[in-house]
Design a protein around this ligand. Structure first.
Ligand code: GDP
Length: 304
């Protein structure tokens, strides 16, 4: 079964589709570029970013007169690495948070089912592994299951969770969480928030209120607004990024479920289109299955 899965994945991998697109052709011409465009779009790179990449390659072809299809792989790698470098400054390899006065507050947003709770649990695990004091806040008060799930992760990692009962005011939970974190001299706070997209105005109002109330306790909170997206959902992930960036100022992204898909293209398109760096990638359901995003490693794995 594992072998089948592996084959499935390699069959549809970016590299194999790229190879198919250029088979029997020696030079990069309009036809190859059309095929390449299709491969990029179907890899979830997104239309806008795909066109940008195609235009850059066209410009190269025009300049160099002849570009062989054997060069396409390395040219694409260069272009994609270049795109990622525009939003991903630096080369983080460790789970780390900057030093701030008081706790470093990360507000986590995203719709249900994308892996928000799991990502919070994995992050809590990484930070506490380094000896940091972590406090979680269950400000997604809309679903009882969300609070319960977060409690399961808090227990597993061994960190405190601040919660109230279902239906309570998320801003009040956030306030309590930061107050507790201050009292306990916590280093990192992770606040789960509700991600119901059925009403954009409500979402915006709720997130704005949570922020405002947090700032009564920690004036520069949240230091980070982390949007969690499911990397296997393609266009949905783009749409969610659009909605959340309209509702609040998103500072970083976590893209989950990149283990089950050959479509890591979402990472390229979303970071380019929204100018937000991908900070973490989820590669499984286990507690260790979260990685700090590394653009060079990513480009390598995308082409393999
Ligand atoms: P939430 O509703 O956004 O909080 O989503 P959850 O954290 O409950 O995750 C939803 C499902 O996705 C669960 O079954 C998780 O185990 C699974 N999940 C989360 N992250 C990943 C990942 O990186 N890879 C895989 N394969 N599954 C994941």
């Amino acid at each position: 079964e594992t072998l089948d899965k592996g084959l499935e994945k390699s069959k549809s991998s970016f590299f194999s589709r790229l190879s198919k697109a250029v088979v029997g052709k020696s030079r990069v011409d309009d036809e190859v570029l059309d095929d390449l465009e299709e491969v990029l779009v179907t890899s979830d790179v997104g239309v806008e970013t795909t066109l940008k990449i195609i235009e850059r390659i066209e410009a190269r072809v025009a300049r160099d007169k002849y570009v062989g299809t054997d060069q396409l792989d390395s040219i694409l790698r260069e272009e994609i690495a270049g795109l990622l470098a525009e939003t991903h400054h630096g080369e983080a390899t460790e789970f780390e948070v900057p030093r701030v006065d008081g706790p470093y507050v990360i507000m986590v947003v995203g719709v249900n089912g994308v892996g928000k709770t799991t990502t919070i649990g994995k992050l809590a695990h990484q930070f506490s592994k380094q000896g940091k004091k972590v406090v979680l806040g269950a400000a997604d008060t809309f679903r009882a299951a969300a609070i319960d799930q977060l409690q399961v992760w808090a227990d597993r990692v061994g960190v405190p969770l601040v919660k109230q009962k279902m239906g309570s005011d998320p801003a009040s939970v956030a306030f309590d969480t930061l107050s507790a974190a201050l009292k306990q001299h916590a280093d990192v706070v992770l606040i789960d928030t509700a991600g119901r997209l059925h009403n954009k105005v409500n979402l915006m109002n709720e997130l704005t209120k949570v922020k405002r109330v947090m700032q009564k306790v920690v004036p520069d909170a949240p230091h980070e607004v982390l949007l969690v997206l499911d990397g296997s959902t393609g266009q949905n992930a783009f749409e969610q990024a659009r909605q959340f960036t309209k509702a609040t100022e998103v500072t970083s992204l976590a893209v989950t479920k990149l283990d089950g898909t050959a479509k890591g293209g979402v990472v390229i398109g979303i970071s380019d289109q929204f100018r937000i760096p991908v900070k973490y990638i989820g590669v499984g359901e286990g507690i260790e299955d979260l990685q700090v995003f590394n653009k060079l490693e990513f480009v390598d794995s995308f082409f393999n």
